[in-house]
Design a binder for this molecule. Structure first.
Ligand code: SF4
Length: 202
């Protein structure tokens, strides 16, 4: 089997209380299926090139915080771009450590990536954008139905406890009423952990 590589854009250490329990290191990667109007990652990509790393190379890079991770039940968070495009890589990384592994994901990926990630990710931080298909398409250029199908699949595979869904108010795209409707639909789908927030555009 060939070794997977991850398109590393950068790491951010010593984050507290952002990805759930403990101290975490954010691992930012390149690549996404969506084209969100206010994407920060697009700007990052314009500034720097990704560095391809193997799971062992990434492990060696972040293990400096092993003590913090173990003492606080923390670990690493694979962030965007779209982390689940690299589910095979995350699975290889999982085999190297016992730290908590979080992912930030839009869930707009092929269903097999979701299935693979269910076996190697501890916590899913899902950025839903909107559950209104028209709003979703206008803001991301993608299909909302893919998100919904994958969220149902993920809930069936790992249960709702390991999933937090973030529901934004998006300036010029989704107002507070649109956010409320999305949250209502998510609860009906079985989501129990919701984070309602406002996008701040800088
Ligand atoms: S899902 Fe995230 S990384 Fe992808 S385009 Fe949207 S904001 Fe950017």
């Amino acid at each position: 089997m060939s070794e997977a590589v991850y398109p590393l854009l950068g790491v951010s250490r010593h984050r507290m209380g952002i990805d759930g329990e403990g101290v975490t290191t954010l691992i930012a990667g390149a690549g996404c299926t969506l084209k969100c109007a206010y994407c920060i990652n697009k700007r990052l990509l314009a500034e720097k090139k990704p560095k391809p790393v193997t799971a062992r190379e990434l492990f060696d890079l972040v293990k400096v915080d092993d003590l913090y991770f173990r003492a606080t039940n923390g670990g690493v968070t694979f962030g965007g771009g779209e982390s689940l495009l690299h589910a095979g890589f995350i699975s290889e990384f999982r085999a190297l450590c016992t730290w908590t592994i979080n992912v930030e994901t839009s869930l707009n990926v092929p269903a097999e990536k979701v299935s693979l990630s269910a076996g190697c990710v501890d916590r899913f931080i899902v950025d839903c954008k909107s559950l209104d298909p028209a709003v979703y398409f206008r803001y991301t250029g993608g299909e909302e139905a893919v998100f919904e199908d994958n969220l149902r699949l993920l809930i069936a595979l790992v249960g709702s406890e390991r999933i937090i869904v973030r529901v934004p108010v998006i300036p010029d795209h989704a107002d507070a009423e649109s956010q409320r409707k999305s949250a209502e639909k998510l609860r009906e789908m079985g989501v129990t952990h919701l984070d309602l927030f406002n996008y701040v555009i800088k």
